[in-house]
Design a protein around this ligand. Structure first.
Ligand code: TXA
Ligand code: MG
Length: 319
């Protein structure tokens, strides 16, 4: 495995070629780092599952370079889904659509729907464009962490967590820290009305306003999964507590205006909700690095991105 931090055009070409040859390429997106494989190569996709230690019936998001490639992967697309794609792609949003022939069972976990996303991060977009130029159709990429763990927001998180599972010819592209820091908003667009399956930086308010509707529904993504439980999702090794008083030696995360309780170890002091999202996973990882047993988090208030943070926080705490 090689980590490359200066992602020049040559590097992008090398990475696209590696994907075409069936190797894995971890790459930055604006949400979190993804572990990419050629979405039409079953062998390569199966390596994603073994590197992540992920059950094989969990579907993968297919990343494409633009809305123009949507109809290769999806059929019978609702009009509102096209509107969302036009308004929020490239960006932190995944649409769940009825799959085409191209989206095989090994991508969709045997379901008749496929998850698609056009990321906004320039390295991700360049990689996709180059891969498609070489005849590729899309890059399957889950978050580049071991199953159940916290998503990586820096290339070093990926290498620390996955290096023992990656092969010599696999690559990690380092594009610096992810801007958003939380996984994409997932919207089920299969039925006549959209449903949010996972909140993210494309917020309920943004979707309502784009579609000129009042109350888009939410449904937990775990309700849509075929097997197992999602309980251990997004969890660090430390036990996470929400809105409870920490004790001496415990980790503490809260917005900057909240003072650090005496004797606790401050892991992050974000100044805004956006920064809270960006720093949150890195702060949980820092707690693990310090060997803390408990991390206490004061959840951010309000709508929008704060909802996505509370969603991940409560999943991390439900272990
Ligand atoms: O921001 C993101 O979405 C990142 C970056 C790399 O794009 N990817 C990501 O992938 O978070 P992953 O696999 O860690 O989480 C994707 C979620 C999973 O919970 C999966 O079950 C759901 O999306 N998903 C993917 N395809 C689906 C489908 N066809 N039907 C229902 N859920 C699906
Ligand atoms: Mg994930």
């Amino acid at each position: 495995m090689e980590i490359i931090s200066n992602c020049t055009q040559d590097v992008i070409e090398k990475a696209a070629k590696a994907l075409t040859e069936g190797h894995l390429v971890a790459f930055p997106t604006e949400t979190v780092y993804g572990l990419g494989a050629d979405a039409t190569n079953e062998m390569a996709v199966s390596r994603i599952y073994s590197v992540k230690g992920r059950p094989s019936d969990h579907p993968l998001i297919v990343h494409i370079s633009s809305i123009n490639h949507l109809e290769k992967w999806a059929i019978d697309i609702q009009e509102y889904a096209i509107k969302l794609a036009k308004d929020f792609w490239p960006g932190p949003m995944t649409l769940i659509l009825k799959r085409s022939q191209l989206a095989k069972d090994y991508i969709t976990g045997g379901q008749s729907r496929v998850g698609l996303r056009v990321p906004a991060q320039p390295i991700a977009l360049a990689l996709l464009a180059n891969f498609e130029k070489n005849g590729g159709f899309g890059i399957a990429a889950p978050s580049a962490n071991r199953f159940g763990a916290v998503s990586p927001t820096r290339a070093s998180d990926v290498s620390e967590e996955l290096q023992t599972y990656l092969n010599k010819k696999d690559l990690i592209l380092d594009g610096g820290p992810c801007l958003v820091g939380l996984e994409s908003t997932i919207i089920n667009c299969v039925d006549s009305l959209p449903v949010i399956l996972r909140p993210g930086a494309v917020t309920k308010e943004m979707i309502n306003s784009s579609l000129q509707i009042d109350g888009i529904e939410s449904n937990d993504e775990s309700d849509f999964k075929v097997s197992g439980s999602m309980e251990s999702h997004y969890s660090p090794k430390a036990k996470v507590f929400v809105d409870l008083p920490p004790g001496p030696g415990d980790g503490f995360i809260a917005i900057k205006s909240i003072p650090t309780p005496i004797g606790t170890i401050r892991l992050a002091s974000p100044k805004s909700i956006e920064q809270f999202a960006t720093d949150f996973y890195a702060a949980l990882r820092l707690g693990d690095k310090k060997g803390l047993e408990r991390i206490y988090v004061i959840q951010p208030e309000g709508s929008g991105l704060a909802e996505a943070i509370r969603d991940r926080l409560n999943k991390a705490a439900s272990r």
